[in-house]
Ligand binder design. Structure first.
Ligand SMILES: Nc1ncnc2c1ncn2[C@@H]1O[C@H](COP(=O)(O)OP(=O)(O)OP(=O)(O)O)[C@@H](O)[C@H]1O
Ligand SMILES: C=C(C)CCOP(=O)(O)O
Length: 255
């Protein structure tokens, strides 16, 4: 089993609301087709969801009824984005089945809860060679009313239950760099003790690269082989999918 997070940076520019680049998504779909695999796909919110979620302060929960329209608008833009992504897969003859994240995940006082039958459904879909699709979403929160669940956190939650062999985080950059995006050296192996400089765009509602690395380390701690790669690095992604070591990418190690 393989979990793939298609990051918002891979297909959009978060600073430009509703921007969308088809080519990286097509690239990933072609690779999946070429290798004949059926991963579980999780996509981020990118330029569709982050600017709206941030504008309505949804990353801090609901404090005012005026924010509720922001919940609708964030859901709406995510549905539109999901349609754009899955239709690229469909055009290439790759079947997908979207499971609306906010309808199956809730944040309770004791942590994230996933509806009972969803894991069974995911296994069945993969068995039928239909790609299950989730996405970072605005979800019901017992304490805050609504809060944001990032695609990176979904990776961890699904991995706890599905025990995948690989987790791939695809972005616009080749991996983690020592001095910021494409600055300094590309770190080949990132450990919890590795220190880097990073930047985060002002419209990010889920913690940017630091949040991603925290979740990636949790995956590595579960013995899932975890990599951060550029969505355009076909050679490295192919090598990972065939059990090899990629030339590019950052591999995450737990210790
Ligand atoms: N040191 C660094 N090395 C690599 N990338 C970095 C670094 N510091 C900041 N970044 C930025 O982190 C971004 C990836 O994190 P981001 O949270 O945007 O992930 P994503 O999963 O692609 O997006 P989304 O949350 O919308 O799904 C890259 O686009 C890059 O510009
Ligand atoms: C901003 C929203 C609603 C989605 C967050 O998911 P992410 O892009 O994976 O961080």
């Amino acid at each position: 089993m393989i979990l793939i997070k298609l990051g918002g940076s891979a297909f959009s520019n978060k600073a430009k609301p509703l921007s969308f680049h088809e080519e990286p998504v097509r690239n990933l779909a072609l690779l999946i087709k070429q290798h004949g695999i059926t991963p579980v796909l999780i996509h981020g919110g990118g330029s569709f969801a982050h600017p709206v979620a941030k504008a309505y302060g949804l990353d801090k929960g609901i404090r005012d009824d005026a924010q509720l329209i922001g919940v609708s608008l964030t859901s709406l833009t995510l549905s539109l984005l999901n349609e754009r992504i899955t239709s690229i897969f469909s055009k290439l003859g790759l079947p997908t089945y979207t499971i609306r994240t906010g309808a199956v995940f809730m944040r309770t006082l004791s942590g994230l809860k996933l509806s009972g039958d969803v894991v069974d459904l995911v296994r069945r879909l993969v068995g039928m060679r239909i790609i299950p699709v989730f996405y970072g979403d605005v979800i019901h929160d017992y304490e805050l009313g609504f809060s944001i669940l990032s695609g990176d956190e979904i990776m961890v939650e699904l991995a706890k239950r599905l025990k995948p062999r690989y987790a791939l985080f695809l972005m616009d950059v080749e991996g983690v760099y020592s001095e910021g995006p494409r600055r300094g050296e590309l770190i080949r192996v990132f450990k919890p003790s590795t220190s880097i400089s990073y930047s985060s765009s002002g419209v990010d509602a889920t913690g940017g690269l630091m949040g991603k690395l925290k979740h990636a380390i949790e995956l590595a701690e579960m013995s899932v082989q975890t990599y951060l790669c550029s969505v355009m690095d076909q050679e490295s992604i192919s090598l990972i999918l065939t059990g090899g070591e990629p030339r590019g990418c950052t591999r995450i190690e737990a210790t």
